[in-house]
Design a protein around this ligand. Structure first.
Ligand code: SF4
Ligand code: SF4
Length: 104
């Protein structure tokens, strides 16, 4: 046993926060823009601010304790920098298909 954490299941559970995707479906080049939702496992998040710092689209802000706040989820490009750089595997990004958008 290495003691390494496993990446959590995508489904949010108790003690998690989830961003709310935009409900509008913008058309770009004749295709619907991809949408993403984000889940933070708050028990694992140490509020280091790395996810906020790495986000190239300024989707993630910080609350007064340094924890992530999804201020502009509609600007997310799904690069997963936040997920890949989180040292505690505390954040995941999920692509929403067009059928899901508006239902969340
Ligand atoms: S990088 Fe991970 S641990 Fe740090 S604030 Fe973001 S979600 Fe929390
Ligand atoms: S997937 Fe990329 S654009 Fe979206 S919130 Fe994470 S770092 Fe920002």
């Amino acid at each position: 046993m290495t003691g390494k954490k496993k990446r959590p299941a995508v489904r949010p559970e108790k003690g998690t926060q989830r961003s709310k995707p935009s409900k509008s479906l913008e058309k770009q080049s004749g295709r619907a823009k991809k949408r993403y939702s984000h889940t933070v496992f708050e028990d694992w998040c140490k509020k280091c601010g790395i996810c906020s710092s790495f986000c190239p689209k300024n989707v993630i802000g910080q609350d007064e304790h340094g924890g992530p706040v999804f201020e502009r989820p509609e600007d997310c490009i799904g690069c997963r920098f936040c997920e890949l750089h989180c040292p505690d595997f505390a954040i995941t990004v999920q692509e929403l298909d067009s059928d899901t958008v508006g239902d969340v």
